[in-house]
Design a protein around this ligand. Sequence first.
Ligand SMILES: O=C(O)CCC(=O)C(=O)O
Ligand SMILES: [Fe+2]
Length: 315
Amino acid sequence: MSIEIVDFGSFGLGKNEPSAIEIERISTEVIRALTDIGFVYLKNTGIEDQKIFEVMDICKEFFMLPSNIKQQYAHTVDSESLGHGWIAEDKERLNPERPADLKESFNISALSPHVKWPIINTNPEFRECLESFFKMCQQLSVKILEVIALGLGLERDFFINKHQKMGSNKNPTTLRALYYPSVQKSSMQDHQIRCGEHSDYGTFSLLFQDKTGGLEILNRSGEYVAAPYIQNTVLINIADLLQRWTSDKLLSTVHRVVLPKSEDKMCKPRQSLVFFVDPDNDVIVTCCNGLQKYPPIPALQHIQGRLNSSNVTKS
Ligand SMILES: O=C(O)CCC(=O)C(=O)O
Ligand SMILES: [Fe+2]
C-alpha cells in the first residue's frame, strides 16, 4: 500500500472556498488516505518548494555555527517560551530502546517577544524567515483541520475551534527545523539511527524533507516502507491525539528516519522541517463520534508526558 497524493490546489493558501463538490472530493480523498495509512501527500498547497528550500538553507546557516554559540539559544521550557530553542545532538531518542537520535533541531512554538533568537545575517533574517514560515504552516493547518472535520461528517469548525491559539503560549504547536549531520558509519553506536521509531503526539504534522531520503513508515503489514520527497507536496501524518479523538478511525502511524543503505562509509547530511499541530492547552480530547472508546484526556498533559519521555536524560 503506497501513500496517496491528493491535489489540494483549489483550496491551497491564497485560494478562496472551492465549490461544494470540490471540497467534498478533497475531504473524501484525504480521509480515505488517513484511514488507510495515516499519511497523505498534499499537492499544490501554496507552500512552494522554493520557499521550503530557502527556509532549509537559512536553517543550515544556524546549524553550522559552533556549539558554544548555539548553546546560547538552547531550548528551555518555561511559560513564555514553551519548547523554543536549540536541542543538541545526543539529547533526544524518540525510541527509548535505541541510542540517542543522530540529529539536532531548532524549535519555535510561541511567537513571543520574550524568546531569544540568533542573528546570522541571512536574507531574510533567521527569525523573520522562521516566523513567516510558521504562519504559512498555521494557515495551511487551519484548512486541513476544516477538511478533516468535513470528511468525518462533523461541523466544519469542530477542530478549528480547538486550535485557535497556535503561535501563542496557550498552544504547544511547534515548528521544528531538523538537521541530521553527515555520519561516518564506523563511528555509530549499535542500533543507532537518525530518528527512532515513534508516532507523533498531538493532532497532525506537516512534514517537509530534502531529497536525501531515509523517512520510513510502518504499514499495516508490519513492514517499513519509504516515504520519499515528492516535488511540490507536503506530507501530512496523523498524530496520537487525533487518532484517539476519532476512536482510531484516523491512524497515528509509526515512522522513523534511517541512514541511506549505500555502501559508502560516509552518509551525507539530511534536513527536514516539521510543523507539529497540537490542540490549545485547555482542550480536553473526547471521542468525537459518540463511541466513547477512550475516556476524555487533557491534550497538554498527554503532549508533555510524551515530550518528557523522549528526553535522553529523563528516561
Ligand atoms: O525528519 C523527518 O523526516 C521526520 C522527523 C519526525 O518524524 C519527527 O521529528 O517527529
Ligand atoms: Fe515524527
